[in-house]
Design a protein around this ligand. Structure first.
Ligand SMILES: Cc1cc2nc3c(=O)[nH]c(=O)nc-3n(C[C@H](O)[C@H](O)[C@H](O)COP(=O)(O)OP(=O)(O)OC[C@H]3O[C@@H](n4cnc5c(N)ncnc54)[C@H](O)[C@@H]3O)c2cc1C
Length: 312
């Protein structure tokens, strides 16, 4: 790709969603430029789970193989951050990168993921993805039969569901309310299921670096655990979509994309965690694949229109 060349599709973000789209599009003979900032959401984790045929693969290996596949079919990959996307007079897009370079594209797929906003508990950030998790489906099996502390915070239903789901893996689950207000009925329901409820605010995590011995509450009591779960606040990395004028759902606050990733702005698609925070790696990849086919079909219509106009 030269600086002046226009590609068919610029994909912003080469995680599961972006790479999957890149694979489908390059195999469909589209000219594809991927730009990636190098900070996938699951980077702290040692392994990806729940992706059939890829269970246990390291996130870095998953991404490296995906990049190789897309580049092998002729896609280009730029390691940089996209700062801005502009609509050009001819309807195409200019993407301004951090290094000052501009990538021009007929269509744009935004697959920039989300940022997990963690509760500000001392000792939590450096154990995130290793000893502190958020998703029982991703890492519950790996911590089965351990002492697990669910540190409540954020959405109440998420913390309660975490505690309930984790009870399947171990009979030693504690829910640290961290000032979460549980109703009497909720409390009884959880306790009946064998979950120990620890009232009070969390002070900090205990243990040497790289280990977790427990959680200390502000009243000085300690809760022994080898693993902890929290419910981070998902913050979609949707700045580019919003700047392009994509419609946002008033209730969820998420940029609206249909089942094929089409946003309200013609030529702009979105896939993965940026519009679907609950997407796992496999579903983000599936969304990228669906978007790729929709984009390719849309480009085909433009090409047919242009060919027809030329012939007249
Ligand atoms: C600790 C942890 C462990 C997890 N474990 C699992 C698991 O075991 N199994 C599972 O299915 N799911 C797991 N997940 C969820 C998984 O991370 C997501 O489902 C998946 O990453 C979503 O893929 P994505 O392509 O939408 O986003 P991402 O993988 O986050 O990729 C987005 C990419 O966009 C790039 N980007 C962002 N902004 C820009 C920009 N402006 N310009 C250029 N590039 C940009 C980022 O650098 C990143 O590389 C885990 C999540 C966490 C936090």
């Amino acid at each position: 790709m030269t600086r002046t060349e226009i590609v068919d599709v610029a994909i912003v973000g080469a995680g599961a969603a972006g790479l999957s789209a890149g694979l489908v599009l390059t195999r469909a003979q589209a000219r594809v430029a991927m730009i990636d900032g190098g900070a996938p959401r699951n980077a702290p984790a040692a392994e990806i789970h729940g992706f059939i045929s890829r269970d246990g693969v390291a996130p870095q290996d998953f991404l490296r193989i995906g990049c190789q596949e897309v580049v092998g079919y002729g896609g280009s990959l730029v390691s940089d951050s996209v700062r801005e996307v502009f609509r050009r007079a001819d309807g195409a897009f200019d993407l301004r990168l951090g290094n000052g370079m501009t990538v021009a594209a007929r269509a744009v797929l935004i697959a920039t993921g989300l940022t997990d906003q963690l509760p500000s508990v001392p000792g939590l950030q450096d154990r995130w993805g290793i000893l502190v998790h958020h998703c029982p489906y991703c890492h519950g099996y790996e911590v089965r039969d351990q002492n697990i502390a669910v540190i409540a915070g954020g959405a109440k239903d998420v913390s309660m569901r975490q505690a309930g789901l984790l009870r399947r893996y171990t009979d030693r689950v504690s829910l640290l309310t961290n000032d979460l207000e549980l109703t009497r009925a909720e409390r009884q329901r959880l306790e009946a299921f064998g979950i120990v409820i620890v009232d009070g605010a969390v002070s900090h995590l205990l243990g040497a670096p790289g280990t977790l011995d427990g959680v200390e509450m502000t009243d000085g009591t300690t809760v022994t655990c080898e693993a902890a779960f929290v419910a981070p606040r998902p913050q979609p990395n949707d700045r580019l979509l919003r700047a392009l004028g994509c419609e946002v759902d008033a209730t969820s606050g998420l940029v609206i994309a249909d089942a094929f990733g089409q946003t309200s702005v013609a030529g702009v698609w979105a896939a993965g965690n940026v519009v679907t925070p609950v997407a796992q790696v496999i579903t983000a990849a599936g969304a990228g694949s669906a978007s790729a086919m929709a984009i390719n079909g849309w480009l085909l219509q433009l090409d047919l229109d242009a060919a027809t106009a030329t012939r007249r």
